[in-house]
Every structure is written in structure tokens, then in C-alpha cells.
Design a protein around this ligand. Sequence first.
Ligand code: 13P
Length: 251
Amino acid sequence: MARSRQPLIAGNWKMNGLRADALALATGVAEGCKQARWTDREVLVCPPATLIMAVAAAVKGSGVLVGGQNCHANASGAHTGDISAEMLRDSGASHVIVGHSERRTDCGETDAAVRAKAEAAWRAGLLPIVCIGETLAEREAGRTLQVLETQIKGSVPAGATAAKLVVAYEPVWAIGTGKTPTVAEVATVHAHIRRVLGGLVPDASAVRLLYGGSVKGSNAGELLAAGDVDGALVGGASLKADEFLAIAKAA
Ligand code: 13P
């Protein structure tokens, strides 16, 4: 039976990879996906913007999808150094990550800015992956659910539907640390996220919710089996084809 929410395994390469490494990685992922012939899950890689075109060419025909890691809210204009959603699309991307905590922290991106980027993704025909997550201090203060609710309400544009939105829950303290919430905590948080989305999205039960933060081959099975988890957004472990494929296999 087809699952109503097709799992999505997304690799966020962050600011890693020069052309040779990136093409070897992309080719490795593409080969693995071709052999596996998955029709019940989606595999996405999000390379640095400089490599999107080359990676899109390298994975062509394998079913592997390609996404950007950020976009500007505008389609074009005087924004030196920025890249629009239209440019990502033109380079071969179908998805874009918006509001990653590293951009919220490094670049001061607010919920309103993230929302504008998600709208830009729609305008360009890209599927936005909207990231949310609490910091360690917020978690320790018992504010996780409240923080996430504020982020969702501020970052998800009006008019969102399950076909036009993916949400990634990435606890900031779990990113790159080897620490993860328990499976029960992930399930509780994802159920909360879906409840909050219920007030914003007509078909919230069909929105895909990804977990991100120290996902690796060895813990993917249990994290992906948690209630309301429909995939993973993977950082470090997406830089090794075997490890990333092991996560995709677990989905
Ligand atoms: P790690 O998988 O390296 O913890 O990174 C998670 C992440 O930030 C993905 O966007």
C-alpha cells in the first residue's frame, strides 16, 4: 500500500565540497539509488550553490533530486552575492532549504525573512523545506514547544499545502553534536508540529515532517520510525555516500 506521506531523505552538504569531491559523492549516491530502485521514498542532495549545476548533471536519470541551501526572497536585483530561487531552479534544483538554524544564527534570518524565502521558492516552482528548532537554552527552560509554535506561525506562508511544504525539525543542540532527542521526544515534538500546522494548512496531516540533527546510519532506523517522522535532513552523514545511502535505506 502506498504511504500517504512519501519519506524524504535530504542531504544538506552545507559549505563542504569542491567539484571533484562533490561529483564523486553525487555519483556514489546516484549509483546507490539506481541499484536500489526505490519508488517509495525520495532522496535529495543539497550541495553548495556553486555545485548545483554539476551535481544535477551527475545525478541525472538516477531519480536523485537536487536542492539549494538558501535563496533570496527577490527574483533578481541589486543584492550582491545573493542567489534567487529562480537561479536555483535554472541550475537544476527542485527544492530549497530555508531558515536553517545556521542561517538564522549566522545571518540573522528572522521568521519573516524565512517566510519570504519560502514564498520565493513557490514563485520559482521550488519546494521549500522550512527549518525550525529550539536552542539548548530554550529546551532547558522548557520552552521547546512554544518556540516551535512561534517559528512555524512566523515562517510558514499563508496558502501552504502539503504539496507545497516540507518542515524540518532540527533541534539546534543536536546539529553536529552527536546528540539526539529520544525517539519519544521526537514523536512528541513532531505531533505538536503537526497540530500547529493544523491551524495553518488545510491538509496538515499530509505535510512531510523531517527530523534533522546527528542522524546517521546507525540511528536512522529508530528515528525514522518515530510517529509523525517522514524523513530526515542529514548534515555530516550526507557527505559519505555509503552512510547517506544507509539512512535512505532505513526510511
Ligand atoms: P548533522 O547531521 O551534521 O547534525 O546536521 C544536521 C543539519 O543541520 C542538517 O541540516
